[in-house]
Design a protein around this ligand. Structure first.
Ligand code: HEC
Ligand code: HEC
Length: 328
């Protein structure tokens, strides 16, 4: 395993240097070539990397760093930013009426929504309104937030204008300060499709080896003495429901490859990430809140893809049949 890790690290270092070189190349007018002298420090691009006004259409989010927590102002605006951050980290405490599982927003959007590899809030903020095939129309940022409550938090969507929604919008706006709008990319970075079917037995083995230590052998996570879930559940009644993005194997594989085991993103091979994602998403979890009463119908309408196990038979059990109720 350590062999893999060091290969990955030198690969990643190469990509960082190459990326820096490309940024500098883009920023210079008329194709001048410079030597990338040293790897760039995150959040502090040298003068040459700053796009000139005539190249402003080439702005990307690649070198963006959100403002630190200490930059939250001490005024009424800042109070709402802080409320949004608290909701993001502790929704059971700050928005209990809208959540009915043990997850927090930051469980999946790591480092309080700041980490670039975990669908950060600042990148999302500047990429909405956006069309989503999930519901077939252009979604405002607020509507996108509602979706994560309904599915990922197995809860209820806060109504438009609700204090909770406004606070999360304000927190995301604060994190996105100075980011170019519409620059993309956002969400989790997609993982190349595997050229073989998912191997659940291999996924189970990867889980035992790399995940069970924290998320527990039964996938239900672990709580500290005061009852707070320090390691969140990956399936079962207290995890995200069947309608959630993380229940799609491609989203889960992308998240896991980049971020799990925690703080060791990149150590799993692509095949390991795909198979452990498939293993995780082949377990029972709360019902899809759009459930029509028929598993076949619900599968056809919302899960008609090889990236969802909803409605499939795994170990003799039809997934979706014994789902605990959804939160809404
Ligand atoms: C060292 C402990 C640790 C290990 C090992 C680990 N995780 Fe995690 N995982 C965490 C923590 C902690 C979080 C929540 C992060 C946060 O809130 O900042 C998390 C979050 C997650 C989430 C999103 C939240 C949820 O419950 O759905 C998924 C999915 C996940 N891990 C999958 C995995 C998989 C798959 C593996 C094995 C490849 C793995 N993790 C290994 C600690 C770990
Ligand atoms: C179980 C994991 C999970 C939890 C918990 C979760 N999310 Fe998400 N979230 C996702 C996934 C998966 C996506 C889709 C990412 C993609 O499209 O690549 C997403 C997307 C988003 C987006 C849009 C990102 C983009 O770039 O388009 C926002 C905003 C968001 N979530 C906010 C929240 C908020 C606020 C909460 C808490 C109320 C929350 N999420 C809880 C998994 C989660």
């Amino acid at each position: 395993m350590s062999g893999n890790a060091s290969t990955w690290q030198s690969w990643a270092a190469g990509v960082v240097i190459l990326g820096a070189a490309m940024l500098i190349g883009y920023a210079l007018p008329h194709g001048e070539i410079v030597e990338p002298a040293a790897p760039l420090r995150a959040g502090a691009p040298p003068e040459a990397a700053k796009p000139s006004p005539e190249h402003s259409t080439r702005k990307t989010l690649a070198d963006f760093a959100p403002p630190p927590e200490s930059a939250i102002p001490n005024n009424e605006f800042g109070d709402v930013v802080r409320l949004g951050e608290n909701i993001f980290r502790h929704p059971q405490q700050y928005a209990p009426q809208f959540v009915s599982n043990d997850l927090t927003c930051q469980n999946c959007h790591l480092d309080s929504g700041r980490l670039a590899s975990a669908a950060p809030l600042w990148a999302a903020y500047v990429n909405y309104p956006a069309y989503r095939s999930k519901n077939g129309h252009v979604n405002s940022f607020a509507e996108r937030l509602q979706g994560c409550f309904r599915f990922s938090m197995n809860g209820k969507a806060p109504p438009y204008g609700d204090k909770v929604l406004v606070a999360l919008e304000t927190y995301a706006f604060f994190l996105a300060k100075g980011a170019p709008t519409g620059a993309g990319p956002h969400g989790y970075e997609k993982l190349k499709k595997p050229n073989k079917p998912f191997d659940l037995a291999h996924g189970k083995q990867v889980f035992a080896e790399h995940c069970a230590l924290c998320h527990a052998a039964d996938g239900q996570g672990q709580a500290s003495a005061d009852g707070e879930k320090v390691f969140p559940p990956l399936w079962g009644p207290r995890s995200f429901n069947w309608g959630a993005g993380m229940g799609q194997i491609n989203n889960a594989a992308a998240f896991i490859k980049a971020n799990m085991p925690l703080s060791q993103g990149g150590v799993l091979s692509d095949d390991e990430a795909w198979d452990v994602a498939a293993f995780m998403d082949s377990h029972e979890r709360p019902q899809d809140p759009r459930f029509s009463g028929s598993i076949d119908e619900t599968r056809k309408k919302y899960h008609d893809t090889p990236m969802s196990f909803y409605g499939s038979i795994v170990n003799g059990v039809r997934l979706g049949e014994k789902s605990p109720p959804s939160g809404s």
